[in-house]
Design a protein around this ligand. Structure first.
Ligand code: HEC
Ligand code: CU
Length: 410
């Protein structure tokens, strides 16, 4: 009997310790983050409030239970009482939980309503998820870009030591000003993703065909990281989110700089149409594009994943008609994971990746595709009977010539 008592006492001990320790360490690494926005602070407080209420309930319920077990044990001669259907007790244990629930719902609803209120925002950023990257577009600013995972394959495969921000680093972070209310419009190009940055307490599904809203107002400059929080396919764990929060002046400077870069990039894309690159030059650019944008599905060795992503190595498309190959990449394949890369890559990049695919892994077609070929193909698809059409046709002709030349060279 004594043994039973001792073990009961231990149980109680462990239970109390388990209850108390989170209270003591509430602000340590095990707890949710307080974040860097007013809302995230509110969410944190709400979380703590509910947590304490749960602790108190557990303390009272288990306290009574353990007290009764020990105090009224059989060895002490306790005799069980026989009673049932006590209206008084039933009313009590219905009303008390209802009151507790309402007491919890009031602050929770207040916080939720505040989270949904996107009015009076000073900046709007459209966030589009797709397999497997984020696209950010600053409304009315002509600034937009893709944001892709920057962790190297070698780290992922365990060949190199994993960095401090393993799988939580991107090439182009989202840049936001502090102290300004930023509204997010979220949508998706393919499946459901979810944009989640814990430090802002923003977590919202991005759904194809829908636009969801969220907002944030960051208090402190810094780098904040998050992830896609919706299972969205094979590389779901490889589409992180990184936000650089800057002082307002720095942000305005950054935005102005991006606008200039965008204009320069447009000019460069235009210039690329007149350029004629060698097979080697195109292969170098194409390999880089392939590795960062295509290998996630078609694999670095071009062999794809049987049943999911077709091989490019030996593929009839990569060995066959150039037009069909360009078409597949520019317009994608509706209803499949093969997305349209038209507005994701420049014509030069598309030309380079087509060239690369037609020459890598033993696909030795020798074909050279220039930016102008891609442009001509698009014009042919999109053009009506306007002036550009004749130009297109002649360019199309030169495409074929270029290919023949390239083949002859081999
Ligand atoms: C998210 C996954 C994904 C990514 C990223 C992707 N593809 Fe694809 N790709 C597919 C799928 C799926 C198909 C098969 C489509 C179909 O069933 O018609 C495909 C088909 C193709 C084909 C036709 C192959 C054949 O033999 O039918 C080519 C060429 C191609 N992709 C090129 C590319 C290039 C170039 C890139 C990078 C710029 C790329 N893909 C990125 C999923 C992807
Ligand atoms: Cu996702």
């Amino acid at each position: 009997m004594k043994r039973l008592l001792v073990s009961l006492a231990w149980l109680l001990n462990i239970f109390v310790a388990a209850l108390i320790s989170p209270l003591v360490h509430a602000s340590t690494e095990y707890n949710m983050t307080q974040g860097v926005t007013e809302i995230s602070g509110k969410v944190y407080e709400l979380h703590m409030l509910i947590f304490y209420i749960c602790c108190a309930i557990a303390f009272v319920v288990f306290g009574v239970m353990f007290y009764s077990i020990v105090r009224h044990r059989k060895s002490k001669g306790a005799v069980a009482a026989h009673f049932h259907e006590s209206t008084k007790v039933e009313i009590l244990w219905t009303i008390i939980p209802i009151i507790i629930l309402i007491a919890m719902a009031i602050p929770a609803t207040k916080t939720l309503i505040a989270m949904e209120d996107t009015s009076q925002s000073e900046l709007t950023v459209k966030i589009t998820g797709s397999q497997w990257k984020w696209h950010y577009s600053y409304f009315g600013e002509d600034v937009e870009f893709f944001s892709l995972l920057a962790t190297s394959d070698k780290e992922i495969e365990g060949i190199e030591v994993k960095g401090a921000h393993y799988l939580l680093e991107v090439d182009n972070p989202l840049v936001l000003p502090i102290d300004r209310k930023v509204r997010f419009l979220m949508t998706s190009d393919d499946v459901i993703h979810s944009w989640w940055v814990p430090a802002f307490a923003v977590k919202k599904d991005t759904i194809p065909g829908f636009i969801n809203e969220a907002w944030t107002k960051i208090d402190e400059p810094g780098v904040y990281r998050g992830q896609c929080a919706e299972l969205c396919g094979r590389a779901h764990g490889f589409m992180p989110i990184v936000v650089h929060a800057m002082e307002e002046d720095d942000f305005d400077g950054w935005l102005a700089e991006q606008k200039e870069l965008a204009i320069a990039a447009k000019q460069a894309a235009q210039d690329a149409l007149d350029a004629s690159l060698s097979l080697d030059e195109l292969n170098v650019i194409g390999e880089e594009v392939y590795k960062t944008r295509c290998a996630v599905c078609h694999q670095a060795n071009g062999e794809g994943i049987p049943g999911a992503f077709p091989a490019i190595k030996g593929s009839p498309i990569a060995l066959g008609d150039v037009g069909v190959h360009i078409d597949t990449i520019v317009y994608g394949r509706g209803g499949t994971a093969m997305q349209a890369f038209d507005n994701q890559l420049t014509e030069k990049e598309i030309a380079a990746v087509v060239t690369y695919q037609r020459n890598a892994w033993g696909n030795d077609t020798g074909d050279v595709v220039q930016a102008s070929d891609v442009n001509a193909y698009k014009a042919k698809q999109e053009g009506g009977s306007d002036n550009e059409q004749s130009e297109t046709n002649s360019e199309q002709g030169s495409t074929d010539e270029a290919q023949n030349d390239a083949k002859e060279q081999l």
